[in-house]
Design a protein. Sequence first.
Length: 80
Amino acid sequence: MAEKPDDKWALPLCRECHDTQHNVGELFFWINICNRDPFLEAITLYQEFGGTGGKPRAPRKIKPRKPPHLRQKIQSRGSR
């Protein structure tokens, strides 16, 4: 099963560069055409934007469950 790489390895490309990268191969594109280290570029961008794309992340709210003695039993459809 394929896994999505972490966002810290994502690099923005224009449409033309994106297509070229797919046609010639990723490492060949970065080393021979761009003359850049893609890993260093990705880490630099990730650190510069704080790893959140420049937007603060909202904390997830988790609703606690009621204790068993306070829960109400839901009547099933078959017993109506």
